[in-house]
Ligand binder design. Structure first.
Ligand code: S6P
Ligand code: ZN
Length: 194
């Protein structure tokens, strides 16, 4: 609650601007392991043979209003471990927003990665992510980040509090472009829907 008087208050939340970690109120944390990412990587057989407890990525987010609130903003950090499933880099699940006309900002904090984007016509493109890179994700655009480095990758995000997440389309059809480690070179390849 906002208390209006003449005192100058200490903020309720803090962010470590180098690490992207938050402390304070209204925080949520989540993580995804190899075992939770069924059918997300192209080589499902390789995923099944890996340690199912292995961490792929984790998220910390500051949600100052209820999910679905019109006019608010959410703010978060995602950390992706280095690694591959088969030849495909560790990456976030990826999603459209539930309200598909909501955009988002991403920015690189640590490590090196690639932001993979896809519009509703399945037209895809990608951008490098690195400390200081800034990425405007337009409305109607699915987004996911892959870690192409040997170290942990982290990036920040800010999105409307009524955007929501639509994971179903990605679960059903995946992205139109996937990122593979081909002989040490990050290589984007077109994937046809089966
Ligand atoms: C939310 C924002 C990020 C992702 C996070 C994990 O709109 O894009 O906070 O939630 O990077 O990715 P995903 O695809 O598993 O939600
Ligand atoms: Zn998003």
């Amino acid at each position: 609650m906002n208390i209006i008087d003449n005192s100058i208050r200490i903020p309720q939340q803090l962010i470590n601007i180098a690490e992207g970690t938050f402390t304070g109120a209204h925080l949520i944390e989540s993580s995804k392991t190899i075992g939770q990412l069924t059918n997300m990587f192209l080589d499902e057989g390789a995923r099944e043979e890996m340690d199912q407890q292995q961490l792929v990525y984790r998220v910390q987010a500051h949600l100052p209003v209820a999910d679905g609130t019109l006019g608010g903003l959410f703010f978060g950090t995602t950390w992706i471990q280095p690694g591959t499933v088969g030849d495909e880099y560790f990456m976030t699940h990826g999603h459209f927003h539930q309200l598909a006309d909501r955009g988002e900002y991403y920015w690189g904090l640590k490590g090196s990665g690639v932001l993979i984007l896809m519009d509703e016509q399945r037209k895809g493109r990608a951008e490098y992510v690195y400390p200081g890179s800034l990425h405007y994700i337009p409305a109607y655009t699915a987004h996911r980040v892959a870690n192409i480095g040997d170290d942990e990758l982290s990036f920040g995000a800010c999105w409307p509090s009524d955007a929501g997440h639509n994971y179903d389309e990605i679960k059903k059809h995946g992205f139109s472009k996937r990122l593979f480690n081909r002989g040490g070179v990050p290589t984007l390849e077109d994937i046809q829907i089966a």
